[in-house]
Structures are given as C-alpha cells and as structure tokens.
Design a protein around this ligand. Structure first.
Ligand SMILES: CC(C)=CCC/C(C)=C/CC/C(C)=C/CC/C(C)=C/[C@@H]1[C@@H](COP(=O)(O)OP(=O)(O)O)[C@]1(C)CC/C=C(\C)CC/C=C(\C)CCC=C(C)C
Length: 599
C-alpha cells in the first residue's frame, strides 16, 4: 500500500537527489541559505492556511496511512511544503543561473511603475474575489481559499521584483511548468491511491485530466510560481548587491546586517540606481563575447558575483591590451601606456603596499575628464567598471600587466624559456592573481581571507596564468607575426635566430618557416605548459569550495586548444575548438575531474 511517507520516498526524494547531483557544482552557501529561507517561509505561511482548509473539510486524509498529525495536518504534509520548495528551487537554479542579474534591471521609471502596479491591481482583485467566494461548504470554497491565500504573497514579491521577473519570463516559465507537470502527475497517483482525498462538496468538480481536479492543478501551478517568484526576488536583491557594491557594501553572511541589506536591495527600484553601472557591465560582457569564446563559455560556470567581476577584469585587460596593439606608432603607443599607467596610479593612490587591499568599497579619485578625452566609449566603460571593483584588488598585478605591455612596445625579444616565463608572468600570472582575489572576495564565506604575493595559492595561480599564456603563444605564432610583427617563441629554440626573427617580425611571413618548424616550436611550449600545469592544478583545492570545479573547467576549456593544435596535420592559424567540445570539457571537468577536490 502506498502511504504518504512511501509517496515521498518513491516520488519526491529520488527527484531531489538527482537534481542535487546535477546542480552540486553550482551550489554555494548563498543558494543553500536561499532555499532554506524560502522553505522556512513556505512552512510558516502555509501551515495556518492548510490547517484551516482541512478543518473546513476541503481535504481529508485516511488516518491509518499517516505517521502523525499535528493540528489538522499530517506530518508528511508539512514535510511536503519543504520538499516541493526544494524541488522547484533546485530546478530553478538549473534554469535561471545562466544570465547575469543586472542584465534584467529596468532603469526606465515609467515602464517600471506600469509593470509594478498593473499586476498588483489585478492581484488585489483576485484576493478580494477569493475572499468572497471562499464560503465554507460551497463548491467555490477551495478555489477561493487558494486565491486569497496566494495573492498577497504575489503582491509583495511583485512590488520589489516584478520588473526583474518579467525580463526572465522564459527561464521562469520553464522553472514553473516542469515541476508543476510532474507534481500534477504524482498528485493523480496520490489521489488514486487515496493518500489524500478532495472533498467534492467544497470544490468545483472540474477536472483538467483524469482524476486531477482543477483546484489541485491550480494549487501546484500557483505554489510553484510562488516559489519561483520568491527565488527570483532573492536573486534580484543579490544581483543589486553585486552590481552596486558601493551602495550595498556588505558581503554575503548569515547575519542581520546582510539580511537588512538584502531587504533594502529588494525594495529599491532599479530606476533609482545608476544605469551607467549596468551599461558599463553590458559593454564588458560584449567585449568578452566578441574577444574570447573560451573565456566567455567558462564565465557561465561561475556564480553570478564572481562571473560579473571576472568579466569586468577581462574587459579591462582586453581593452588595455588592444589600446597598445592597435596603435602602430611606437611613440603614440608609449603615450597610451602612460594613460593606462596614470589611471592605475590614481586607482591605487592610497595603497600602502603592493598587496594592500580594502574590504569596504570606496571611490578612488580618478580624473575622469582627462580620460574622456583620451579614450573611446568602450574603453571608458571598462575603465569605469574596473574602478568600481578595484577596492578589493591589489595594485601589483596591474603594474605587472603594464610591464608586459612595455615589453611589447619595446619589441623585446624572448631569448629563452626564462624570458618566456617572465613575459607570461607579467601578462597572465598577474591575471591569475587577480582571479584569485575576485573569487575570495565574491565567494560566500563570511570572512574575506586575503592572500599575499608569497602565499602558495597565489604562486600557483600565477603559474596557472603562465600555463594559459604559453598555450596562447603556442597557438598564435601565425597571428602574432602576421598582425603584430611579434614573436614570443624563444630564440634559443631556433636554428638560425637572426633569419627566423627577420621572417617573423619584419617580413611577417611566418608560413615560410614551414609547418614542421611551427609545430615543433608550439609543441615545445605546450610541453612546458603541461609541466607547469600539473604542478599548479592541485592548488585549486585551496580556493573556495564553490569555485574549484569552475576554475578547473575554465582552465581546461582553454587548454583544450592544445589538442586542437596537436591533432592538426599542419600548424593551424589560431586553432580553436568547437562549441560542443567546450561544453564537453566543461561538463567533464565539473562533474568528473573535480571530484578530486571534493573527496
Ligand atoms: C572566466 C573568465 C571570464 C575569466 C576571465 C579571466 C581574465 C580576467 C582574463 C584576462 C585576459 C586578458 C585579455 C589578459 C591580457 C593579457 C593576455 C592577452 C593574456 C592571455 C589571455 C588570453 O585571452 P584572449 O582574449 O587572448 O583569449 P583567446 O585566446 O582569444 O580566447 C591569457 C592567456 C591569460 C589568461 C590567464 C588567466 C585567465 C589566469 C588563469 C588562472 C586562474 C584562473 C587561477 C587559478 C588558480 C589556481 C590556484 C591554480
């Protein structure tokens, strides 16, 4: 016989286990807190209502199939409030985590108010109607009770997050409909097995499918919507905090200060916040999407706050790199490098040492009028964006990047592997360091553990940066030569150093070296990269738990380029891997390879 407890064991818990397994790489403390918080509210809000309608006879439960009853409600029913919330929440996480919250902010006051108030007016009417038709003992009782019970929650959530939710209609609809259909299906099973019974005297006796009363389907639809709305309102509030760190300065923590901040962020309409901030982020996202398929794909694996700041950093590194590369005249290159250096000087003017960082956001004194006349709109956007997150970043890696650009401007040759590693340290070891600071600050640990240059994890992050830069150089021998007249292949690898440098840097005809030579050079650099990689990859274990799988996947997706180079008969121009390969490497790294960091 299928009892209520067996029903949970058969139809609910296995689904939760499968979903938990799928979403585990994306679960962090904030997500767990969110699900716990919404489940708690679900229990508190539903308990009086459920007791009331059972007391009025809308549902009945055969007493011999229950573990116990508290008030009028079976214990298993209370458990169901939580389990349904967990199922919908895990599924919603899978559907909704892929987009960055600030892309869903509406900064237009007029449309914001319309989207806010029209549904609230309709919901108020629903609530009042529900109240009038919920007369005990009549056929509209159950329907009316559902209406007056659910509408106030919708109204509350819609007030703060309605505008956010309407821009996520597709993912919200999928988040709602799939669990609803499943819950309706198992509801039919439960009704057939007489685990619970709907009173014909207090329902409309309309059926949407065999043995599925209209009110039951409506109940599961509306409660699933309710959970998704609740989750979305948390996401909106968190998105506001991550986007506007200066206005909402507290990092995630399970404490009153953070909860208070989240409430303020929930209530605050997006039109009251600066749209320049979100526009700058949109520009940064566009820069990443256009410049690097690998990092763009990898960015989706990180939780939204980390993703956002990595994208901002990427855009800054990319535009500064381009500022130097796109300029042909050496003198003008130097002037542009001075502009970048002046900006970095201003950004970090009050730091006491190379790795001194702040934990509370502050606005650095930057001479924006000066940069306005020196930079394009896109460059300004990424400079502004990085200035908002610079408070928790150390200055040293930015100066290393500048040293790397200086190297390029001087046309300094890479004589040996030592030079190669030094150059890679400047332009990519620095990036590795910055990535660690982003992950530490934006992860959900209560304490922000700051590392310094000498720390093991920073050293290994620098090394991982070098690895990726070596891959980058091994892939780009042709484009570096043809478009920039540059060569990063160590001259000690070459048979005739002078002649080959002339071919690569002056004639810009790299193909005349022949495939064999080009492949030989790139293979040597790939071997060096692999050696360093196996020495640094273990340090991923020292990063915050929720970032480990994503960091491994990000670096592996980029390293996937090496197999594209090596599997080619000839030396390819800018080897790349397909979207499918990126997805496969991402999934394999997240679910299989990263097990080493869990056990
Ligand atoms: C997921 C995500 C969005 C990450 C962004 C990371 C980031 C801020 C990258 C900046 C890239 C950049 C433009 C730097 C300027 C200098 C340069 C050109 C460096 C090369 C990058 C390649 O970028 P590109 O746009 O050319 O890409 P495509 O080849 O066109 O696809 C580099 C190869 C450097 C990349 C280095 C890193 C991302 C550092 C990796 C290290 C970690 C993540 C730390 C790991 C931690 C431990 C403990 C091991």
């Amino acid at each position: 016989m299928l009892t209520y407890a067996n029903f949970h064991l058969t139809y609910i818990l296995p689904v939760i286990c499968v979903l938990a397994l799928i979403v585990h790489p994306f679960i962090n403390r904030s997500e767990i807190f969110k699900i716990g918080f919404i489940s708690g509210i679900a229990v508190l809000y539903t308990t009086p209502w459920d007791n009331y309608i059972i007391m009025r006879g809308a549902w009945t439960f055969p007493a011999d199939q229950l573990i116990a009853v508290i008030g009028y409600v079976p214990v298993e029913e209370y458990i169901f409030f939580v389990l349904q919330t967990v199922i919908v929440s895990l599924w919603h996480l899978l559907c909704a985590r892929w987009s960055t919250p600030c892309l869903h902010f509406n900064h237009d006051k007029r449309s914001y108010q319309l989207i806010r108030w029209i549904p609230i007016a309709v919901l108020t009417a629903v609530m009042v109607t529900g109240y009038w038709i919920s007369v005990p003992g009549t056929g509209t009782f159950y329907l009316g009770c559902i209406m007056w019970w659910i509408a106030p929650v919708y109204i509350f959530i819609w007030y703060g997050a309605g505008n956010y939710i309407v821009t996520k209609l597709t993912s919200s609809a999928v988040s709602v409909l799939v669990p609803t259909v499943y819950l309706c299906w198992i509801d039919q099973i439960a009704l057939k097995a007489n685990i619970w019974h709907i009173n014909v005297g207090t329902s409309l006796n309309l059926f949407v499918a065999e043995d599925l009363p209209f009110e039951e389907a409506l109940f599961f639809l509306l409660t699933s919507i309710c959970v998704v709305l609740g989750l979305s309102c948390y996401d909106k509030a968190r998105g506001m905090c991550e986007t506007y760190s200066h206005e909402f300065p507290h990092r995630f923590g399970i404490n009153l200060t953070y909860l208070n901040q989240m409430c303020r962020a929930f209530i605050k309409p997006e039109y009251a916040m600066s749209s320049v901030v979100t526009d700058d982020i949109k520009t940064s996202i566009e820069i990443l999407r256009e410049a690097s398929k690998s990092f763009n794909a990898a960015s989706f694996l990180f939780q939204s706050g980390i993703r956002l700041d990595l994208i901002i950093l990427y855009a800054f590194c990319r535009v500064t790199d381009n500022i130097i590369d796109d300029e042909t005249d050496v003198l003008r290159k130097k002037c542009k490098l001075n502009v970048i250096e002046k900006f970095v000087n201003e950004l970090f003017a009050d730091r006491k040492s190379d790795y001194d960082v702040k934990t509370v956001p502050y606005t650095a004194k930057v001479d924006w009028a000066y940069y306005q006349s020196e930079l394009t709109g896109e460059e300004m956007a990424s400079f502004r964006a990085v200035s908002r997150i610079a408070f928790y970043l150390p200055r040293k890696p930015f100066y290393e990047l500048i040293a790397g650009y200086q190297w390029d401007i001087e046309g300094r040759l890479v004589r040996n592997e030592e030079d190669l590693l030094l150059y890679s340290s400047y332009v990519a070891g620095s990036v590795g360091t910055l990535c660690v600071y982003v992950m530490l600050y934006r992860c959900d640990n209560d304490v922000y553990d700051v590392f310094g240059e000498d720390d093991y994890v920073i050293e290994k992050a620098r090394q991982m940066g070098r690895v990726l830069q070596l891959v980058n150089i091994a892939r780009d021998i042709i484009t570096d030569s043809e478009t920039l007249g540059r060569c990063y292949v160590p001259t000690e690898y070459m048979d005739d150093e002078e002649q080959e440098i002339h071919i690569l840097c002056n004639e810009k005809k790299p193909r005349s070296l022949g495939n064999k030579k080009l492949k030989k050079y790139s293979t040597r650099m790939i071997h060096l990269a692999n050696k360093l990689q196996s020495d640094s990859v273990g340090a991923i274990r020292c990063l915050p738990r929720e970032t480990r799988g994503s960091v491994l996947a990000a670096t592996e997706i980029y390293r996937g380029l090496t197999s594209a180079i090596q599997s080619s008969q000839t030396y390819p121009t800018r080897a790349s891997i397909t979207k499918l390969e990126r997805i496969f490497i991402g999934i394999y790294s997240l679910y299989v390879k990263s097990i080493q960091y869990v056990v």
